[in-house]
Design a protein around this ligand. Structure first.
Ligand SMILES: NC(=O)c1ccc[n+]([C@@H]2O[C@H](COP(=O)([O-])OP(=O)(O)OC[C@H]3O[C@@H](n4cnc5c(N)ncnc54)[C@H](O)[C@@H]3O)[C@@H](O)[C@H]2O)c1
Length: 259
């Protein structure tokens, strides 16, 4: 028996088989969940995401295009899920975006307005926008999660405007938990350690961060996608039913070290 038996939900953020969302879906499926997926609009993105989803062993997957910065796209995805399935039990928000030109050490202060607002929109606001729509089709309660990083609370060189967006994401999570709790919908964030993915390679000095975490974290290793996937499955399952509004660190313990 799996801890997600009988549960269905939406996973947003699979770009390829290195994405955190891929590992989260892998754990969810192993634990018995049915996952629905979105991909960025366009044939190339559809093919990439479709390839990863078929590597997960999902036959005839539910796949829908979504640019999360578009309210029309968001409405279309959640309306379609509502009309095809009636309800869902969980939501995974595993997306972020900032213009990589501004994710370089020493460039935060000059961040242009449109770069700042786009990072905040796609990386933080969309969590509230998705949780709001998901809550309308969670009549029996549910669980929503998003992905954050230590740069939300400490100034990590090169992480820059993405750190500001992650701070907003974590605050958004607390307000979502406060309001959605009355509907028995829980909201939590996983603060993941660094992992080589398409997005993280845009962060200046990322390889140094990986080396440093491996040296200094209590577990003396970097995390794997599966480390996050299994913790996510627990947060999305009823086994974590008393937990909401939290940031769960899946980072080999790096965040507790005072060096
Ligand atoms: N990789 C890391 O080191 C790390 C560490 C902690 C947290 N995170 C967070 O994990 C999450 C997933 O990132 P990842 O590392 O798996 O990288 P990834 O590149 O595999 O995933 C990022 C996803 O965001 C999606 N995306 C970007 N703009 C979008 C938009 N407008 N609409 C819809 N989707 C959009 C991309 O299509 C992609 O699927 C992000 O929130 C990221 O900040 C990553």
């Amino acid at each position: 028996m799996g801890m997600m038996d009988g549960k269905r939900g939406l996973v947003v953020g699979i770009a390829n088989d290195r994405s955190f969302a891929y590992s989260i879906a892998e754990s969810l499926i192993r634990e018995g969940a049915e996952c629905l997926f979105t991909h960025l609009p366009g044939d190339k993105m559809a093919r990439r995401c479709g390839k990863a989803v078929s590597a997960l062993g999902v036959e005839d997957p539910w796949l829908c295009p979504l640019d999360a910065s578009s309210d029309e796209d968001l409405d279309a995805v959640f309306d379609r899920i509502g009309s095809e399935f009636g309800k869902i039990d969980f939501l995974v928000h595993s997306i972020a975006f900032a213009d990589r030109e501004w994710l370089q050490e020493g460039k935060f202060t000059k961040t242009p307005r449109e770069v700042y607002t786009q990072a905040m929109d796609i990386s933080a606001y969309t969590y509230a926008a998705m949780a709001n729509r998901a809550s309308e089709i969670m009549p029996d309660g549910g669980s929503v999660i998003a992905m954050s990083y230590y740069g939300a609370e400490k100034a990590v060189p090169g992480y820059n405007v993405m750190g500001v967006a992650k701070a907003a994401l974590e605050a958004t999570n607390r307000y979502l938990a406060l309001e959605l709790g009355a509907k028995n919908i829980r909201a939590n964030v996983i603060s993941g350690g660094p992992l080589r993915t398409m997005s993280s390679m845009a962060v200046g000095g990322f390889s140094e961060i990986l080396d440093w975490v491996e040296k200094k974290s209590p577990l003396q290793r970097n995390i794997t996608g599966a480390d996050v996937g299994d913790s996510a499955a627990w947060l999305l399952s009823d086994l974590s039913r008393g937990v909401t509004g939290q940031v769960l660190y899946v980072d080999s313990g790096y965040s507790i070290v005072g060096l």
